[in-house]
Write a protein that binds this ligand. Sequence first.
Ligand code: NAP
Ligand code: ZN
Ligand code: ZN
Length: 381
Amino acid sequence: MPGCLTLPMVGPLNVGRTVCWVGIAAGGRMDAMTTSTTVAAYAAPAAKAPLERTTIARRAVGTHDVLIDIHYAGICHSDIHQAREGWGEAIFPMVPGHEIAGVVAEVGPDVTRFAVGDRVGVGCMVDSCRECDNCAAGLEQYCDQGMVPTYNGLDKNGEPTYGGYSTRVVVDENYVLRVPDALSLAVAAPLLCAGITTYAPLRHWNAGPGKKVAIVGMGGLGHMAVKIAHALGAEVTVLSQSLRKQDDGLRLGAEHYRATSDPRTFEDLAGSLDLIVSTVSAPLDLNQYLSLLKTDGALVNVGAPEDPISLNLFSVIAGRKTLAGSMIGGIAETQEMLDFCVEHGLGAEIELITAAEINEAYERVLSSDVRYRFVIDTATI
Ligand code: NAP
Ligand code: ZN
Ligand code: ZN
């Protein structure tokens, strides 16, 4: 007989759930499906409003879904752009967070890749069409139908997606990553966005031995870019606004660290670089940075400023230079990145915070005062 039973609030996760029996399966097995799972979260109720504690509903665990107990969620600058509607109209209430690490608590009946107790991660997307050329090529982030973002999006049923600043999340197993045992969950969380967003372009544009690579901006993405580019064998230069973080940059693997506030930096490095990856969240004078490239060099923007940028096309015409962009990375490449990080002993440098500190952390990110990624201990939500 189909029916429902509401269970009491459970422990520190503050989870109230309704369990519904949907019937007896053909083989005599009774399928139990959870519905109306209510979980604690931190949300922005409206654009630019401070984030506050709330509860949200998570969908029933479908046949191919895993339910994840979230342990940690990183704070990406993209969370701030979106919570403040810097990139345009957004969906509220918004639960940001696309750097999620946790442990599988339940699996749907047809899940094959994960089991209860597995250490897992979720990045910036939770679904895509799975059929277009991009999806077929492992570039789900460029899905022709548009990927389903982990938050500030609508899922295939038209329901809003909610991100990792919460205690639990339900995700299709095909969009879940395996966190290797050698990585602590807290250190792994930022890799799900900051790690893959920098790994993918560094690989695509062949950062490696004999290549001079500059990373612009040493925040969450930038510090991972320095580590990864160094691990790939490139000669790394950090271009930061000041020399405040120079010691860290050199420790993380850079060979050179220059302040962009010093005009001599642009004179000294003119025409010397093969690849520049800009992680800067604000508009830059791209002409100035393009002048640092050798012939055929590339300037790749992963930073996503809110305002348009103007360009003198002679900055790319002279020297046959490439101005490019790159968005996160596909699911398989994200797994490859996690395994690469283990192989090279890489993880994010984090400042662990409580949920009550999220709004203060946002202000510190905005003033480039983060070393180098805030990670929320979701047990404090
Ligand atoms: P973040 O931690 O705030 O780092 C950005 C860094 O940029 C800062 O630490 C700072 O480095 C530099 N910076 C900030 N304001 C600047 C300014 N006015 N002029 C020059 N440099 C400035 O942010 P994040 O989380 O790494 O994200 C960086 C950007 O990437 C954001 O726009 C984010 O939305 C975007 N993003 C894009 C993707 C993608 O798929 N393409 C994925 C994730 C994030 P210094 O202190 O060293 O100068
Ligand atoms: Zn991000
Ligand atoms: Zn697709």
